[in-house]
Design a protein around this ligand. Structure first.
Ligand code: S3P
Length: 450
């Protein structure tokens, strides 16, 4: 469902203290994977805490189009009656993944070793993003892709008739590419191998194991080799989706920059391949505590508490941490604007090919709000204004990017003057309750008339 309605301009006014408990929805990455692996298992998978954001709803619709019986039982509980590895049916219509790079890339992988043909598209943001990074490795399995110039959507994939296993070294740190290859490898004979120089999020490996696949991971000096045996019979599972650390970042960061704030965010997934933001905030001097650390559904979780932190200092973010916080650089740059000194963020070329070019989109938006930024192809530096010293007052183009929209609405809460984003609509892709949740903590968000 790529139809994006009329833009929803939204203004965030400076607030007093943000306080209370922030109940964050389910993890987006894990929600996509639960639906896709559920569709590839034989029998019924039950999922609780599924993120009901548009990205995940689009993946649910796609799994139905490939023949799985996907049902919404209300309250975040879903069931998926899967068709088994190799059992996907040919969809009767184009698969529209909306705004979701994760959805389209994982699904292309999952269908590419079954002898069916499917055509994929998405919204204007997704249609501008590179897909050659997926179709290149899928071609090695024997799948053929026909797309627009530059490897852009819409793309038609003809699944391999007699797939062969693949040994592939990721040319860029990407969990989406890694996952597409592993999902393709399910319906290929022998062992499929993916090698990554930096560890990216490992939800696919963890969940594949949970479903009964043979997955072996070896690690050497930060790089990983993942080996998957083909043709497993995936057993349906009960999956409890942990709450999304990437969404939790918004109320947490808002609390750090607004005077008097004290926000508790319970049950947040803290898989080490996702937790880089929280390490970085600690390095900056943020008042952040992790309570009640435990394991839920095979993933480490904790309750996070964030309080106003007037003594934060800029830091050099280690480039080897980038993969574990790749979605959090926009909101980190907001916090960095309220710190003393420079925050330097190297090794982040991948930010240029997200829902928008996130270095450019953030830099232009920060400048419009009185924050200066230096940037290069794969790095950027934010010059902190100090606590309570960001002027704000700007209007920002969010460029169909949910995390940009939320980041600037957070900035407006701590700034001296209100901040407007031109379109808060895309927030529904990942964090549909962002607006009421932030308001319940004391945020002053207003849908602005155009
Ligand atoms: C994701 C992987 C990352 C991330 C995205 C979710 C996933 O993308 O930015 O939001 O669920 O696998 P890349 O694989 O492009 O780094």
């Amino acid at each position: 469902m790529s139809s994006h309605g009329d833009p929803i301009p939204m203004t965030s006014h400076p607030t007093g203290a943000l306080t209370g408990v922030a109940e964050i929805p389910g993890d987006k990455s894990i929600s996509h994977r639960a639906l896709i692996l559920g569709a590839l298992a034989v029998g019924e998978t039950r999922i609780s805490g599924l993120l009901e954001g548009q990205d995940v709803l689009d993946t649910a619709a796609a799994m139905r189009a490939f023949g799985a019986d996907v049902r919404d039982h209300g309250g975040g509980t879903w069931s998926v009656h899967g068709v088994g590895v190799g059992g996907f049916a040919e969809p009767q219509d184009v698969i529209d993944c909306g705004n979701s790079g994760t959805g389209v890339r994982l699904i292309m992988g999952a269908m590419s070793t079954t002898p069916i043909t499917a055509t994929f598209t998405g919204d204007a943001s997704l249609r501008s993003r590179p897909m050659g990074r997926i179709t290149d490795p899928l071609a090695k399995f024997g799948a053929q892709a026909h797309g627009r110039s530059g490897g852009r959507l819409p793309i038609t994939i003809e699944g391999a008739l007699t797939p062969v296993p693949v040994d592939y070294t990721l040319p860029m740190p990407s969990a989406q590419v890694k996952s597409a290859i592993l999902l393709a490898g399910l319906n290929a004979p022998g062992t499929t191998i993916v090698r990554e120089a930096e560890a990216t999020r490992d939800h696919t490996e963890r969940m594949l194991r949970g479903f009964g696949a043979e997955v072996d991971v070896s690690e050497e000096g930060g790089s990983r080799t993942i080996q998957l045996d083909g043709y497993p019979e995936l057993e349906p599972q009960d999956i409890a989706v942990p709450r999304d650390p990437s969404s939790a970042a918004f109320p947490v960061c808002a609390a750090l920059i607004t005077e008097g704030s004290d926000v508790l965010v319970p049950g947040i997934g803290l898989n080490p391949t996702r937790a880089g933001l929280y390490l970085t905030l600690r390095d900056m001097g943020a008042d952040l505590t992790f309570e009640n650390e435990r394991e839920e559904g095979g993933e480490p979780v904790a309750d996070l508490r964030a309080r106003f932190s007037p003594d934060m200092k800029g830091v050099d973010v280690p480039p080897e941490r980038a993969a574990s916080m790749i979605d959090e650089y926009p909101v980190l740059s907001v916090v960095a604007s309220f710190a003393e000194g420079k925050t330097h963020m190297p090794g982040v070329k991948e930010l240029r090919v997200k829902e928008s070019d996130r270095i450019d989109t953030m830099a232009r938006g920060l400048e419009a709000n009185g924050v200066s930024v230096d940037e290069g192809e794969d790095w950027w530096t934010v010059h902190g204004c100090g606590p309570k010293s960001v002027s704000g007052g700007g209007t920002v183009a969010a460029r169909l990017d949910h995390r940009i929209a939320m980041s600037f609405l957070v900035l407006g809460m701590g700034a001296k003057s209100a901040v407007t984003v031109d379109d808060a609509g895309p927030i529904a892709t990942s964090f549909p309750i962002f607006e009421p949740l932030m308001k319940s903590l004391g945020g002053q968000l207003e849908r602005t008339r155009r």
